[in-house]
Design a protein around this ligand. Structure first.
Ligand SMILES: [Zn+2]
Length: 98
C-alpha cells in the first residue's frame, strides 16, 4: 500500500513547510493546504544500521528525510510516497522514478 506525498503550503505567502508546523515561520499564517510533493532530488545519503536514508529536496522547496527503496547517489531524481509497513506505521520512501 502506498500513498502520494504532499507538504502543507501556507495559503498566505506560499511557503512550503516540512515538517509541518501550526504556524508559518515566514509570515505567521495559520492556514495551509496540501500540495503534491511527489518528486525531488537526492541531496545526501546516510545509513542508520541496515536502513538507507536520503535527504531529498522536493520540487516545492523543503528538504525531507526518506528511506531509500533502492541505491541512489546524490543528484538522483526520486519519487516520494508513503508506504504502510507491516507494523501499520507510515514511512516516507524514496524510489527511482518509474
Ligand atoms: Zn506564510
Amino acid at each position: 500500500v502506498s500513498d502520494a506525498f504532499s507538504v502543507p503550503v501556507c495559503t498566505q505567502c506560499g511557503h512550503a513547510l516540512w515538517p509541518s508546523r501550526p504556524v508559518c515561520p515566514r509570515c505567521g499564517g495559520t492556514l495551509f493546504e496540501p500540495r503534491a510533493a511527489g518528486r525531488g532530488v537526492v541531496e545526501e545519503t546516510t545509513r542508520a544500521g541496515a536502513v538507507a536514508l536520503a535527504s531529498v529536496r522536493v520540487d516545492t522547496g523543503p528538504v525531507v528525510i526518506a528511506r531509500l527503496a533502492a541505491d541512489a547517489a546524490a543528484g538522483t531524481a526520486v519519487e516520494l510516497r508513503w508506504r504502510v509497513a507491516a507494523d501499520g506505521r507510515r514511512r516516507l520512501i524514496a524510489v527511482p522514478p518509474a
